[in-house]
Design a protein around this ligand. Structure first.
Ligand code: ADE
Ligand code: ZN
Length: 338
């Protein structure tokens, strides 16, 4: 186990599937944007802004900080910054989410906003940073009509970097919304977009059931509270559903008191297809390699398990098929001891 250093994990080819632009850029970028816009910080010292009691406090902070970027250039520079961070962690491919509902002061229509995010990613890839593709998120707070309108924009754009529809937000606050959004997800699927859904974090197992049965997603973001329903865990294994798990995010936002009691080990042991992710590496001040190193220490995972986690991340990703094949081959050939 001694070989599982951050450096080893950086060399291991892998994808990150659960990362939000909304919380993935650097803390310094947020502070600089506030200064540029003459907006007083929410709390002083700046570090105090990054202490949250729970998901809701965190989402409220996002609403504040994401009011700062106003134009396409600022937005593109933030998505560029995320792609660069991914390169530093040795992430070969990223499915990045962005949730437009938070970016209230962007001066332009939704399609300009999405195009700005995408252009930062395209510029980054051109400069040699790893490929990052985009999932556009609707919010659990949206009405069905608002969600359809976001999808309308995505479909009208036909942007090659926009590959999936996603949903996030606080389910504990709004209750069950599977029925509300099922027709929107159905339309996205029919149009050939990938789909993914946050569930089983601010919702219990019922949110995961709704995500797989009503939204019909193969990819659940978090999904960890599935362990509260053994029948659900069996179903997830049976159907080969991917759970894109973010252990540190769950501890940081108060879902579990520690890594030791986090249910990821139970899910892996049950045979669920689990991946490791940061959720918001910038604001959570963690790296993907830390997630791998800490998990292998805390759960005593062998290199076989770590290789499987990396493999699963690539299998589950929305990356182009030739890249998927290439990454899987290099994961299989990876030498943990070199
Ligand atoms: N949006 C950003 N992060 C989120 C999380 N952890 N849960 C639900 N919605 C989110
Ligand atoms: Zn998330």
């Amino acid at each position: 186990m001694g070989s599982m250093t951050a450096d080893t994990v950086r060399r291991l080819p892998k994808a990150e599937l659960h990362l939000h632009l909304d919380s993935g850029f650097e803390v310094e970028d947020a502070v600089r944007l506030a200064e540029e816009n003459g907006v007083p910080l929410l709390k002083e010292p700046p570090d105090a802004m990054f202490d949250w009691e729970d998901l809701q406090e965190f989402l409220t902070f996002l609403d504040w900080v994401l009011c700062l970027p106003r134009n396409a250039e600022q937005v593109a520079s933030l998505s560029y910054s995320v792609a660069r961070r991914q390169g530093r962690s040795g992430v070969s491919y990223t499915d990045l989410m962005v949730s437009p509902i938070h970016w209230k002061n962007f001066d332009g229509p939704l399609e300009e906003f999405i195009a700005a995010v995408a252009s930062g990613l395209t510029d980054a890839e051109r400069d040699g940073h790893p490929p990052v593709y985009l999932s556009v998120s609707i919010s659990r707070k949206h009405s069905r009509a608002e969600a359809h309108a976001v999808l309308d924009t995505m479909l009208a754009m036909q942007h090659p970097r926009v590959v999936a529809l996603s949903i996030d937000g606080n389910e504990a606050l709004v209750g069950r919304t599977g029925d509300r959004f099922a027709p929107v997800f159905k339309r996205a699927r029919a149009a050939g977009l990938g789909i993914r859904a946050h569930a089983g974090e601010s919702s219990g197992p019922e949110g995961v059931w709704d995500a797989i049965d009503l939204l019909k997603t193969q990819r659940v973001d978090h999904g960890v509270r599935s362990v509260e329903d053994p029948e659900l865990v069996e179903e997830l294994v049976e159907r080969g559903i991917f759970l894109n798990v973010c252990p540190w995010s769950n501890v940081l936002l108060g879902l579990y008191p520690s890594r030791e009691v986090h249910p990821i080990r139970t899910l892996v042991d049950a045979g669920a297809r689990v991946t490791l992710n940061t959720d918001g590496s910038g604001f959570y001040r963690i790296t993907l390699e830390d997630e791998y190193v800490t998990a292998s220490e805390v759960y005593g995972w062998s290199t076989d398990v770590v290789r499987r986690l990396a493999r699963t991340s690539v299998e589950a990703s929305f990356c182009p098929d030739p890249l998927r094949a290439e990454l899987l081959a290099s994961i299989d050939a990876f030498d943990f001891d070199s």
